[in-house]
Structures are given as structure tokens and as C-alpha cells.
Design a protein around this ligand. Structure first.
Ligand code: SF4
Ligand code: SF4
Length: 95
């Protein structure tokens, strides 16, 4: 099954409060120099949550499928990662 098909099996209730944030944007600049672009958070995310725009990481937290990969991949522990608040975020459409 392709990743797009898997993502289709999820439904999402948006939490108005972001559950992901970059702790220190200047670490991301350093990360771009050391690791290149796309940086690890962008490369690892299956849902295209992170983009590098004007030398800043933009976080489209609404797309997050809560896999947790970015918090492991970030070499600088620079992502504040929480689950969305209770009852919000992703749920399986089937099963
Ligand atoms: S991997 Fe971490 S430090 Fe690197 S750009 Fe992403 S959030 Fe910033
Ligand atoms: S938890 Fe997974 S889907 Fe969410 S932003 Fe991180 S890598 Fe992307």
C-alpha cells in the first residue's frame, strides 16, 4: 500500500493549539549548514509537515500523523513534540 493510501485511512480533528513547535530556530540554520537541505525533520516526515522557507522551518502541524519520527530524527532535540489534546488529532477511519 502506498503512503498516500495509508494516509487516506486517517481522519483528523484539528487541535487549534499547535502540538509541535521548533524550540530554537537558529539551531535549524546550523542544522541546514551541517546536514544540508532538506534537513532531517523534512526528510523523515511522511506527511510533509515541515518546509524550509526563507531560512526558517515552517510547521504545518495540522498534517501531522503522530508517528514521532521527527523528534527522533532531529539531531538537536529541537522539536517540542506533544500529542494533540484529548479527542483531537488523528483517528483511524476503518477499524
Ligand atoms: S532537524 Fe531539528 S534542528 Fe534540523 S531543521 Fe529540523 S527541527 Fe531544526
Ligand atoms: S510526528 Fe511524524 S507526521 Fe508528525 S510531524 Fe513528526 S514526522 Fe511528521
Amino acid at each position: 500500500m502506498r503512503i498516500e493510501e495509508k494516509l487516506y485511512t486517517l481522519r483528523y480533528k484539528k487541535d487549534e493549539k499547535p502540538h509541535l513547535a521548533i524550540i530554537n530556530p537558529s539551531e535549524c540554520l546550523k542544522c541546514a549548514e551541517v546536514n544540508g537541505v532538506p534537513q532531517p525533520c523534512i526528510a523523515v516526515c511522511p506527511a510533509n509537515v515541515y518546509s524550509w522557507i526563507n531560512d526558517k522551518i515552517v510547521v504545518a502541524y495540522e498534517n501531522c500523523v503522530e508517528c514521532g519520527a521527527c523528534r527522533i530524527a532531529c539531531p538537536y532535540t529541537n522539536i517540542l513534540w506533544k500529542y494533540p489534546r484529548y479527542g483531537l488529532g488523528i483517528a483511524l477511519r476503518y477499524g
